[in-house]
Ligand binder design. Structure first.
Ligand code: TXA
Ligand code: MG
Length: 354
């Protein structure tokens, strides 16, 4: 898309954000403009829910399908009645434990929240982000702010201000650049409108953490493969997402077999003069001395993979990779969220090796 506005890109302190910049950003939101801002998960592209045309513009600048609703951001739990028509007891408990933080709750939508925000659904997704810049900006704006991840639709979510600028410079009024986000993957989306709470998108608040609240077996989770075939419950889950330009192959199985499989593929690519990249763990590094290797960190520390995954996917593009092989994380704790994002980036290219 061609440049339509002059984007003001501001470096802001992540811990003690400069108040003057935040006031300027809040004023832009109040006037119906778009501001990209950091959260503890990924950068968001904000529009005040009081400006439906600004919310519509979020869809158009991102190239986002109209049926994929946005998450509303608040500066505190106390403001939840502004967006939710009913607040079940579970929501209060979860907020007490996980807000501010990477948990998004899906609740019945208040009629005053415009259709554009929830893509026509009777529900609304809402969270209180744990980032000083986001919290203070939301407080100053004084209105709920709808904000999807601040990337072009289909691209990896931004975990650095420079990622946002790559995608949105010339398309939005302001980008607040506070350096790297923390978690690195988007929030957990939890549907609280049914009988049993249901994870629609795994994220920083893990299933295990939710089971501490609801008891073992007290939380449902749609598995990614089922989401692809059935009707997706979080509309966003049905699209190829987080994707680098090159095809990504997610390789699942026991590490020794996975690495052997990838080495075979690298040998084939070498013959075909195809430039390929590998996303694997520190422990796998020894296999890939000759390859374009990107480290997911230590296998036992999924928080390292979470933090760097989206950056690495962008780095694969920059390196000109024509194929990417990713070692699948183990499907537990935060590893589920990492697996889910790789699975989405693979868009069906999932290889199981014994
Ligand atoms: O961490 C995050 O959640 C980041 C930061 C900026 O807060 N935001 C984010 O937004 O990831 P986005 O738009 O990229 O993803 C929102 C997800 C989509 O999968 C969407 O389908 C789902 O939330 N969602 C939004 N409203 C929903 C609703 N009413 N019911 C079910 N799913 C919903
Ligand atoms: Mg997104």
């Amino acid at each position: 898309m061609k440049s339509v506005v002059k984007t003001k890109i501001i470096k802001i302190d992540a811990v003690k954000p400069e108040e003057a910049y935040l006031r300027e950003a809040a004023a832009i939101l109040q006037q119906g403009g778009l501001v990209a801002f950091p959260t503890e998960t990924v950068y968001g592209l904000g529009a005040a829910v009081t400006h439906p045309q600004a919310v519509q513009r979020v869809y158009s600048v991102k190239g986002r399908p109209a049926d994929n609703p946005l998450i509303v951001h608040l500066d505190s739990y106390e403001r939840l009645p502004l967006v939710a028509a009913a607040i079940p007891p579970a929501a209060r408990r979860l907020a007490g434990k996980f807000w501010p933080g990477p948990l998004t709750m899906v609740l019945p939508k208040k009629a005053t929240i415009p259709e554009e925000v929830s893509a026509g659904l009777p529900t609304v997704a809402v969270r209180v982000p744990a980032h000083p810049v986001a919290l203070r900006l939301l407080a100053l704006a004084g209105v709920p702010v709808a904000a999807p991840s601040a990337n072009l639709s289909g691209r990896p979510s931004p975990t650095l201000g420079s990622h946002v600028a790559e995608d949105l410079d010339g398309l939005v009024e302001m980008i607040l650049d506070a350096g790297p986000t923390g978690v690195g993957l988007e929030s957990t989306v939890l549907d609280l409108t049914g009988k049993t709470p249901r994870i629609l998108r795994p994220g920083g608040v893990t299933r295990e953490m939710l089971e501490e609240v609801f008891g073992a077996g007290g939380v449902d989770e749609a598995d990614p493969a089922a989401m692809e075939s059935g009707r997706p419950l979080a509309p966003g889950m049905k699209y190829r997402h987080y994707a680098p330009k090159a095809p990504l192959y997610l390789v699942v199985g026991e590490p020794a077999k996975v690495n052997r499989y990838i080495l075979d593929r690298l040998a084939e690519d070498e013959k075909a003069r195809r430039k390929s990249a590998v996303l694997a763990y520190e422990e796998d590094r020894g296999y890939y001395r000759e390859a374009l290797f990107f480290s997911l960190g230590e296998r036992k520390k999924p928080e390292e993979a979470a933090e760097r995954l989206f950056s690495l996917l962008r780095a694969c593009d920059k390196a000109g990779a024509e194929a990417i092989y990713a070692v699948a994380p183990s499907y537990t704790g935060l590893g589920r969220a990492v697996f889910n994002r790789l699975w989405k980036a693979a868009g069906g290219n999932v290889v199981e090796v014994g």
